[in-house]
Design a protein around this ligand. Structure first.
Ligand code: GLU
Length: 445
């Protein structure tokens, strides 16, 4: 049997992570089994499924590399067929008309009343219910439009779907859908229901917990690979403790047996970490393209700087490409911003101007000016003044970069260059002495 699966979203203008996770699982299942991954746009709600909403959906799939193997099926185009099937069910006594009030008559599907209903879910295991616990349900509304249950099942039959992989909010529907498949003498597909995505408190993850739409993560600067990988881990694990996988590894290892049935916790810290991992692992040329584009767009000049050296330091520390200009402007310009907290903690203290001037003087004489020599010099000074290295390293770092974070101080000093380092140490010393930083912080308050 060759696998045919589908992603069947109802476009609303925003693509929820829970929905796209279903697409990812279906896509990987198809690719792993050399089957087909299809897209069915469940666009019967004409008010919400606008052309714009459909475009957003297709765009999101393209961004994540979720390519489909046949032209998309638009459910609204099949409504005549859905209604024919309803007539057939009526003709065979498997459905009946009912007047639910309000004039028109709707078509209701008859559920079995005897025995048991059930199926073996490929993720959740055996799912059972007493017949009679699920009521008959409407398949055509009194206004003549087919209901989701009917449209969904008929389209799955017509598209030859072998496995239905979707969120576990559909479990109850599946009991109904299976009876429809049987009534239509169609093979019942396998079902796999993916666990609910929850927040730290174990409640369903929602907008209130943070970004919930793919577009929002994209705007925040997440890479498509990060989102893909992260969503895959919401309900699946490769069986060892690996967390970052290539697309090929995912395809190779993906199996529904490895899906978890317990709720999947959305851990935003992990997502952030993962984005950094993806950036760190990018080929340098690709990082360089992003780096240069952003640095240039921020109006920073790269003339005369050791770009390769700077990128080597920054690539392992970049969590979002969009952070690049702010995080390393000091390599390119003397007009870099000072973090007020770091300034107060490290610079606005007694003896700091003298210390910075002293270091500037010593660095001026230092030959050669290397990672090792700049380090050794501060070590020697710390010994002489009987302080820890921190008493020197932190003020120097904040003085030359404006920040308490960044690459190793000595790598940074060499990349900035002796002349600039010494000039900055002198200027910052002056500014501390003149109260220039206090004025700046007062202006900010
Ligand atoms: N349109 C439904 C949804 O988005 C389809 C569910 C399915 O069968 O995959 O929830």
């Amino acid at each position: 049997m060759s696998v045919r699966v589908r992603f069947a979203p109802s476009p609303t203008g925003n693509v929820h992570i829970g929905n796209i996770r279903a697409a990812i699982f279906n896509w990987l299942f198809a690719r792993h089994n050399r089957g087909r991954f299809l897209l069915r746009v469940e666009d019967t709600d004409r008010e919400r499924s606008t052309p714009e909403a459909i475009r957003t959906l297709l765009d999101c799939m393209e961004w994540l590399g979720l390519d489909y193997d046949e032209p998309p099926v638009y459910q609204s185009a099949n409504s005549i067929r859905h209604l024919e099937v309803a007539e057939e069910l009526l003709g065979r006594g498997l459905a009946y008309r009912e007047n639910k009030g309000g004039g028109g008559e709707c078509v209701v599907f008859r559920m079995p009343t005897e025995g048991r209903l059930g199926f073996v879910d490929l993720v959740k295991g055996a799912m059972r219910k007493r017949a009679g616990d699920t009521q008959d349900f409407v398949i055509v509304r009194s206004n003549g439009t087919p209901v989701f249950h009917l449209a969904n099942v008929v389209d799955d039959i017509d598209m030859g779907i072998t496995h239905v992989i979707r969120g576990d909010d559909h479990v109850e529907n599946t009991f109904k859908h299976i009876e429809l498949f049987k009534a239509l003498n169609a093979p019942v597909p396998h079902f796999a229901h993916l666990p609910m995505i929850v927040n730290n408190q174990g409640k369903p993850y929602s907008k209130r917990d943070g970004a919930a739409f793919v577009g929002e993560f994209r705007e925040q600067g997440y890479l498509p690979d990060t989102i893909f990988n992260f969503l895959l881990l919401l309900g699946w694990a490769p069986g060892d403790d690996r967390e970052v996988l290539t697309r090929d590894e995912m395809i190779e290892f993906f199996a529904l047996e490895r899906c978890k049935s317990s709720a999947a916790r959305f851990d935003v810290k992990k997502l952030l970490w993962m984005n950094g991992e993806y950036i760190r692992n990018k080929p340098r040329e690709e990082y360089a393209r992003e780096f240069l584009a952003r640095v240039t767009a921020a109006g920073l000049s790269t003339e005369g700087v050791d770009l390769e050296g700077i990128m080597e330091q920054m690539q392992v520390r970049t969590r979002f490409y969009s952070d690049i200009p702010d995080n390393c402007a000091y390599f390119f310009t003397d007009d870099y911003a000072f973090d007020q907290k770091a300034v107060s903690k490290r610079l606005l203290k007694e003896g700091i101007p003298e210390l910075l001037e002293k270091i500037a003087g010593e660095y001026q004489q230092l030959d050669p000016f290397t990672v090792e020599s700049t380090h050794a010099l501060l070590e020697e000074m710390a010994r002489r003044q009987e302080s820890g290295m921190g008493a020197l390293v932190h003020p120097v770092r904040v003085a030359v970069s404006g920040s308490a974070e960044g690459p190793g101080l000595f790598e940074m000093l060499v990349l900035i260059g002796r002349e600039r380092v010494c000039a900055r140490l002198q200027q910052v010393a002056q500014r501390v002495r003149n109260g220039g930083f206090e004025t700046a912080s007062a202006a900010q308050d």
